[in-house]
Every structure is written in structure tokens, then in C-alpha cells.
Design a protein around this ligand. Structure first.
Ligand code: DQA
Length: 142
């Protein structure tokens, strides 16, 4: 079974970007950890990142068409703005788990709304890179 792990804007800069908030691990580091944990859980991980909202929409559709087991979605700032992502999650059958490195609820008020969260089946946040691992473990339990 394949799990799509979709990452939105600015997450290509992980490791460099505000490490006091997001940690020192790069997206490649996280991809490696997910692959290892996925192997233990019997899950193939397809890790992707884009700074473009429409790519994330297309990949949600692709996960559905491919019959992916689940999607882990860290939509970055699009979490807080994107009705298009909300609609895409509602449009597909594949369960989507929302993921964040930080805990947006404890940050600026504009991060407190999550359109992704309105349709996602679950959310893991505030654990740094471990948020992704815990989310993958939740997929194995779905
Ligand atoms: C984030 C939280 C968002 O508010 C922010 O815009 C990001 C990263 C996180 O993983 O903590 O880009 O999704």
C-alpha cells in the first residue's frame, strides 16, 4: 500500500527555515525517516513537495485515482487559506491526515483556522519531524 506524503509551500526550505520553530531536519531527512518506518509498517511512502497550490490539488486527485491507502498532508500556509484543498479532500475517497511540525493553534491567530482540518480524518501537529511519523503510524491503524 502506498501513502502519499504531500508537502506545501516553503517546506522545501526545512532545516534552514526558522529552525527554532520547525527544527533542524530537512524534508529529505523526514523522507528517509518515513521510508524506514514505512518499511516496518508495510507501507510505501511517496513523498512530494510543491510551492504551488494546484499541484497539491492534482496530487490529491492522483492519490485517489491510484487507490492510495492514505494521504499525509502538510499544506503549509495553504492550510489556512485554501478552499480548493478543502474541496479536493472532500472530493476524494482516500483518507487525509493533516500534519504540522509546529502547533498552529498556539501561534498567530491567522494560523488558527484550518481548511484542511475541516475535511481531514485526523491531525498530528506540534511534534516536529515526529508529527509525520506518528501520522504514518495512524495510517497503519486506519
Ligand atoms: C506548518 C504551519 C503553517 O502555519 C505554516 O504556514 C507552515 C508550516 C507546520 O508544519 O508547522 O508553512 O504547516
Amino acid at each position: 500500500d502506498t501513502v502519499f506524503v504531500l508537502n506545501g509551500p516553503n517546506l522545501n526550505l526545512l532545516g534552514l527555515r526558522e529552525p527554532e520553530i520547525y527544527g533542524a531536519d530537512t524534508l529529505d531527512d523526514i523522507a528517509g525517516m518515513l521510508e524506514d518506518r514505512g518499511q516496518e509498517l508495510g507501507l510505501d511512502v511517496d513523498m512530494r513537495q510543491s510551492n504551488h497550490e494546484g499541484h497539491l490539488v492534482d496530487w490529491l486527485h492522483e492519490a485517489n485515482a491510484d487507490g492510495a491507502r492514505a494521504v499525509l498532508l502538510n499544506a503549509g500556509a495553504y492550510t489556512h487559506t485554501s478552499i480548493a484543498l478543502l474541496d479536493a479532500i472532500k472530493a476524494i475517497k482516500v483518507p487525509v491526515i493533516e500534519v504540522h511540525l509546529s502547533d498552529p493553534e498556539t501561534r498567530e491567530p491567522f494560523r488558527h483556522v484550518s481548511y484542511v482540518g475541516m475535511a481531514a480524518v485526523d491531525c498530528v501537529k506540534g511534534l516536529g519531524a515526529r508529527s509525520y511519523i506518528v501520522a504514518l503510524e495512524k495510517v497503519a491503524a486506519l
